[in-house]
Design a protein around this ligand. Sequence first.
Ligand SMILES: *Cc1c(COP(=O)(O)O)cnc(C)c1O
Length: 365
Amino acid sequence: MRWKNAILDLKPYQPGKSIEEVKKMFGLEKITKLASNENPFGCSPEVLKALHEKKNNFALYPDGYATILREAVAKHHGLSEKQFIFGNGSDEVIQLISRSILEPGKNTIMPTPSFPQYKHNAILEGAEIREVELVDGEHDLDSMLRQIDENTAVIWLCSPNNPTGTYIQETKLNAFLEKVPQDILVVLDEAYYEYVEADDYPESIKLLEKYKNIMILRTFSKIYGLASFRVGYGISSEEIISRLEPAREPFNVNSLAMLVAAKAIQDQDFIQKCKTENRKGLHAYYSFCEAEGLSYYPSQGNFILIDFGVDGDEVFQYLMRKGYIVRSGKALGFPTAVRVTVGTEEQNEGLMKAMKEFLHETVTT
Ligand SMILES: *Cc1c(COP(=O)(O)O)cnc(C)c1O
C-alpha cells in the first residue's frame, strides 16, 4: 500500500482501561473507573427526562446545522450562532482544525506533556511539530513564542492542562496573544473550563473581540457528563468558523447527542453542584498527598496528577487489582505519577485507602 509517510510510525490512541476489560481480567465485581476525567455524578436529570420523552425517527439523518444545539449554546454564551462549530467530541474539532490548516511545510507549536491529540493530528497532516516542555507543570509561553517563524500555522494551548491541571493566568495569556502574529491560529483547549475556580483564569470568550485569531474548544464530555454521546465545539470568529465548515462531515453530530447536549447546557445548577463537589474531592486528595509526603500539582480540573516516585505502571497495576482504574503517568509524560479523576466522596475515599495500602506495602517489603 502507498501509505502516507507521515503515518508509518503512528500508533492508535491508547485509552484508559475500560470497566469491562478489568472485570474480565481480574474477575472483580465492583470496579471504579477514575481514569478519563468523566463526571462521577453522571449528567443532568433533565437529559434523562428528555431521552425518555423523545420519540426519535431513527431513519432520518441528523440536522446537519445542529439547530437546537446551536441555539442553546449560542444563547448560553451570548454569541452569534455562526461563531460555533460542533464536532463528534472536541477531538473532532481538533482534527478539523488540523485538516484545514496543517500540511507539509508548515509547523505547529504545542506544550508537552499535554493532550496528545494535537500532536497526533499534526503528524497525520505531515506538519512539523514543535513541542515546548512545561516548566513546573505550566506552559512556557516565552519559549513557545520563540518557536514561531514564518511557517508557523497553529499554536495549541491547553488550560487547564491535561494531565497537570495547571492553567494559564490571564495576564500571561494576554501578553502572549499580543505577540502572536494575527495569521497564526491560537487554539485554547478549555475542556475543563467549567471546573476552574482560579480568579485570574481568563474569560476567553471576551478575548474573541480583540483577537481574531483564536479558537476556543469546549466539550460536553467532562463536567456535562455526556462523554458517550461525543459532543464538543469550537468558538471563534464567523470567518474562521466558515473556513472550517467544509472540512466537517455533513452529519458529524448525531441526533440524540444534539438533544442531550442542548438540554444539558440549560441546567447550570447541576454544573454548579458538580463543581462544588469536585473542589471538595480535590482538597481531600491534597490533604492525602500532604499527609503521605507525595507531590502533586494543584488542579483546576477534575483530576490530579500525583507523583509516587516509583514506576507509575506499578501503582496503576496495584490499584487495578484493588478495583480502581486510574491512568498511569507513563504514557502521559510523567513516568512516576498517576493521574486520578476526582470521583464521588465514597470513590475518593476508597481510592485513597488503596493508595495508602500501596505506599505502606511497598515501604515494608
Ligand atoms: C477530554 C479532553 C478533550 C476531548 O474531549 P472530547 O470532547 O470528548 O473529544 C479535549 N481536550 C482535553 C484537554 C481533554 O482532556
